[in-house]
Design a protein. Structure first.
Length: 224
């Protein structure tokens, strides 16, 4: 199910699409994480991969590279403005398709080889249920999640203070997120739920952290 603030989220990402695109593509550490995430999808030439909440499409070239010209890459997002940028960035590829839709009720038939979702689970009201659906879509294949949450490293206190500022600045301004809860605590709970559900559904689980423990990558093979 989408977060009740999803209308606001669409307006927010639509309005900030250019700036978001710049950060999403040009930050070197983030580029490394995107490469790692695509590798964790364990794709082979000719495979089909779906990215949920693809945003401006920063992961799509890595996925396209992995599946090659015979494969299929589908990006799903509910925000028109970011999809337009994703479309512009991937226009050279005939086998990258962009679909406007809800990642919690994706318009995709089961039987895909991998599902990737980066920096999306924290926006969903029931991330564990969404991960369940993604695992069903990719049964026999892989599901990979990348998300930012508070660092659990021993040196995490100053890192988390900075992280909180970033979260407040980049959270769509729903009253619910900003004033009723600490946004980082709420985010942590959603990320824990998403990654926990994936660990519960998957075998051969890979887990790594980046950026002082703030960015978590979990990938796993889903039994058929
Ligand atoms: C923080 S951005 C991340 C974009 C991209 N995955 C990346 O790593 O750059 C979150 C994206 O998820 C999309 N999104 C959030 N909830 C969604 C939902 N329920 N269905 C489809 N897209 C969603 C937003 O429109 C936004 O583009």
């Amino acid at each position: 199910m989408s977060d009740p603030g999803s209308e606001t989220a669409q307006e927010f990402y639509g309005r900030w699409a250019d700036l978001y695109d710049l950060i999403a593509r040009r930050t070197p550490t983030v580029a490394t994480i995107r490469r790692r995430a695509a590798a964790a999808c364990r794709l082979e030439a000719g495979d089909t991969v779906v990215e949920m909440g693809c945003g401006t499409g920063a992961n799509l070239p890595y996925l396209r590279e992995a599946v090659g010209p015979e494969g299929t890459v589908v990006g799903v997002d509910f925000t028109t403005g970011v999809l337009e940028r994703a479309r512009a960035h991937t226009s050279e590829y005939e086998n990258v398709h962009l679909v406007r839709g809800d990642a919690t009720a994706p318009p995709i038939p089961e039987g895909v080889d991998a599902v990737l979702a980066t920096f999306v689970a924290g926006m969903l009201s029931d991330p564990a249920a969404a991960v369940d659906d993604w695992c069903d879509l990719a049964a026999g294949g892989h599901v990979v999640l990348v998300n930012a949450a508070r660092s659990r490293e021993p040196y995490g206190t100053p890192v988390n203070a900075v992280f909180r500022g970033v979260v407040v600045a980049s959270t769509p301004p729903t009253a619910k997120l900003r004033y009723e809860d600490d946004p980082t605590a709420r985010l942590d709970a959603r990320i824990d739920a998403a990654h926990g559900r994936l660990r519960g559904r998957a075998t051969a689980i890979a887990h790594e952290t980046h950026v002082f423990g703030v960015v978590r990558l979990t990938g796993g093979k889903i039994p058929a």
